[in-house]
Design a protein around this ligand. Sequence first.
Ligand code: G1P
Length: 277
Amino acid sequence: MISKCLFPAAGYGTRFLPVTKAMPKEMLPIVNKPLIQYAVEEAKEANLGHMAIVTGRGKRALEDHFDISYELEKQIAGSSKEYLLDGIRDLIAHCTFSYTRQIEMKGLGHAILTGKQLIGDEPFAVVLADDLCINIDGEGVLSQMVKLYNQFRCSIVAVEEVPKEEISRYGVIEGKMISDDLYTVTNMVEKPSPEEAPSNLAIIGRYILTPDIFKILENTPPGKNGEIQITDALLTQAKQGCVIAYKFKGHRFDCGSAEGFIEATNFCYENFYKKNC
Ligand code: G1P
């Protein structure tokens, strides 16, 4: 059973400066809800109750968000705005939150390794909050992946087809097709040029990882951009055993880019915010 979800959230968010100067990028709002809350809600929907967040300097707002504000509770109790707190209250009541700090930014692989003490020796999920995933008519992406894990019992990465000119922003897989939406990974490259890319299947920020990934990460040298890459560690895992790539059902918004952020905002305004107010 998977019960823990890791959220790497130590990055600087330089693409959104200056708003991210004193505010964590994970707290950027899509309408009235921060990105990290969408991510935690997706994990809870997948029946993961333990949220492990890898933070860094200047990220205390994340911890405060998943805690009670007694002053606010007192003010809002019985008022017409109280319903706006329903979602966050539910998360606080039903999930546990633990935090650790990444002292130096040495890549996504390093961030995941920093979370080792919070995860222990069990399979776990990873969610990158700036990839906002919504499956409006069905179960969330993480929930889909947890089901697959129960079937395959190995690491799983979510992938989607992206246009050639965008491929160098992503980790890219090469795989043997098992079925329409499933591949056994045979190769993986972090942020290849369009010429080097082994396919158009890009990894997006949802992973299920088996705990042997930690030992592999400890022995993974810096790769692309001098950073320890989860993509490199997963390739080792694929060669040693098995890694599955899954073309998920739903829509991904790249909220690390201004275009994706605006697109997500419009979508959530129409589909969630307007309907609840
Ligand atoms: C990270 C991973 C990359 C993956 C991407 C998904 O890159 O290194 O393999 O495709 O997330 O969003 P980043 O966006 O942190 O540069």
